[in-house]
Design a protein around this ligand. Structure first.
Ligand SMILES: [Zn+2]
Length: 186
C-alpha cells in the first residue's frame, strides 16, 4: 500500500494541444444594470446594450478542470457627454483582459516570490491551478507590473521593473517538465 507521499504524475502531462486539455466549467457572472452613473459627469445613463466576455479563472482542482467566467456586462450611453461606457467590471478583470485578476496575481507571485522562470510558472499554473496561460503572457504581465513610466519611457531608461530588480529571469532552474507551450487559440 503506497503512503501519502507517493508520486503521481499529472494526468495531463505531455499534452501539447490546448484542445486536448479538459473542457472548462462555465460560471456565470453579471454586471448588467438598467442605469449607471456616468464616470465623467455622474449623469444616470441608461443601458444601451448588453455584451458578454469570457474570463479564464483559477480552475477546479477537485474535478481537474479549468473554470471560465461568462461575464454579462451592460454598456451605457451618457446623453450629456454623448459617450458610451461599460458597467464597472474592474473587480473581476482588467479592461480587455482574458484572465481574472486572481489569475494574474497568482502568476506574478510564482515569478516574483518563487523565482520561477516563465515556462515553469506557466506549467505550475496549469498543474496546481488548472488555468492555462502561455508563458509569454506571464512575461508581459510581470514586465507591465514593474514599469513605472509606461510605453513612452521605453527605450530611454533601462527597465527597472520587477524582473530587472530581482533578476528573476537570470535565476534559471532546471525545469523538469516544460510541457505546455502550444499556441493558445481560444
Ligand atoms: Zn456623462
Amino acid at each position: 500500500m503506497p503512503g501519502p507521499g507517493e508520486y503521481l504524475p499529472d494526468p495531463t502531462e505531455g499534452i501539447t494541444r490546448v484542445e486536448d486539455l479538459p473542457a472548462p466549467k462555465l460560471r456565470k457572472r453579471s454586471r448588467n444594470f438598467r442605469r449607471r452613473p456616468c464616470p465623467r459627469c455622474g449623469h444616470s445613463a441608461y443601458r444601451d446594450r448588453v455584451f458578454q466576455r469570457t474570463l479564464h479563472d483559477l480552475g477546479d482542482l477537485a474535478s481537474g478542470r479549468p473554470c471560465d467566467l461568462r461575464l454579462t456586462c451592460s454598456q451605457h450611453f451618457c446623453s450629456r457627454c454623448r459617450r458610451y461606457f461599460n458597467a464597472d467590471c474592474a473587480d473581476l478583470a482588467a479592461p480587455g483582459s482574458h484572465y481574472t485578476r486572481r489569475v494574474v496575481a497568482t502568476a506574478i507571485r510564482l515569478v516574483i516570490e518563487d523565482g520561477l522562470p516563465y515556462q515553469a510558472a506557466s506549467w505550475g499554473l496549469w498543474r496546481d491551478h488548472r488555468v492555462f496561460v502561455p508563458w509569454a503572457t506571464i512575461q508581459n504581465w510581470v514586465e507591465a507590473g514593474g514599469e513605472k513610466g509606461g510605453a513612452a519611457d521605453r527605450g530611454r531608461a533601462p527597465r527597472l521593473g520587477a524582473v530587472g530588480l530581482l533578476g528573476v529571469h537570470r535565476r534559471r532552474r532546471a525545469v523538469r517538465r516544460p510541457v505546455l507551450h502550444p499556441v493558445d487559440r481560444r
